[in-house]
Design a protein. Structure first.
Length: 304
């Protein structure tokens, strides 16, 4: 019997790790000991960020030492408490039918981008619905798989936690994709980093409604489930660990996630971490929305 491709094994590990990171996040929130520190302007870090990253990256580093694993928090992946290590696998991922190209991906060629707690500012403010755990996988600079875990999503059995994931060329799992109604334009954008340029870009979409929420992962979930039509952030600020997982799932379903010029981000291990030219994602009519971005907005971002 042929060995399971390394990418599937890494995704199987990471689906499990994302869910258990969510449990750590809920535990720390419930304890009330967030221990918030400021990394910079509008850039907080909590104990939940630190523990979730140690759990995910510490485990992946031991399990897949030849891969490149990049996380948001500046922590030593080789120095984690033993109780934060996990080698669990999600068996459903290992059972997926895969295409031949996946077999050609080697461990040393995979770059993993991890945001252990996307939406930290909202988390610290109590907006827990906005919180996600993001794990994205890139090969040759392109997203090939992504995981979005929602620690506070309430399932029909009232249990908390849901994991969405997708592998390009194979499929998406853990949620039901809903196409948005034809002709509707609901724009979803930043909750905390609104600027005149961001506002100008949103107005150019001629939206029926604008919704401001935190977290790239949560914004992406809303367009995946048809609650919004356009995810637009016309400013630098998001990082590769914010968008890699999201782009992989969006693209698996036939949508697009790019910068505001319509160019795809690159996810090589040596790439600059900041997405300099914003984010524009949509499941339909993406190219049209790119064409609606005003030249003045494009010029503003080009000068940053």
């Amino acid at each position: 019997m042929a060995a399971t491709p390394i990418l599937l094994r890494m995704v199987a590990s990471s689906v499990s790790l994302a869910a258990s990171a969510g449990r750590h996040i809920r535990r720390i929130m419930k304890s009330g000991h967030l221990e918030v520190v400021d990394k910079g302007v509008n850039d907080p870090q909590t104990e939940a960020d630190r523990v979730a990253q140690q759990h995910i990256i510490g485990s992946l580093t031991k399990l897949y030492p030849r891969a490149t694993i990049i996380g948001e928090e500046d922590l030593d992946p080789n120095n984690i408490p033993s109780e934060l290590f996990s080698s669990d696998l999600t068996e459903d991922v290992l059972k997926l039918k895969y295409h031949e190209k996946i077999c050609n991906i080697k461990e040393e060629d995979v770059v993993v981008w991890v945001d252990p707690l996307d939406g930290t500012r909202e988390f610290a403010q109590g907006y827990t619905d906005h919180v996600t755990v993001l794990i994205g996988f890139a090969f040759e600079g392109k997203p090939v798989a992504g995981i979005i875990h929602q620690p506070y999503y309430q399932n029909c059995n009232k249990q908390l936690g849901r994991t969405l994931y997708g592998i390009v060329g194979i499929g998406t799992y853990g949620f039901q994709h809903t196409s948005p109604p034809s002709g509707r334009r609901i724009v979803i954008s930043t909750k905390s980093r609104i600027s005149p340029v961001v506002t100008e870009a949103i107005k150019a979409m001629n939206p029926d409604k604008v919704v401001h929420v935190g977290g790239a992962g949560y914004k992406t979930v809303l367009i995946l489930e048809g609650a919004a039509d356009i995810y637009l952030y016309a400013s630098k600020g998001t990082k590769k660990w914010d968008t890699c997982a999201c782009e992989a799932i969006v693209e698996t379903l036939g949508g697009k996630l790019t910068d505001i010029f319509g160019n795809h981000m690159l996810y090589h291990k040596t790439v600059h971490h900041i997405n300099e030219f914003g984010v524009l994602a949509a499941m339909q009519n993406h190219d049209h929305y790119v064409s609606c971005i005003p030249a003045s907005v494009q010029e503003s971002l080009s000068k940053i």
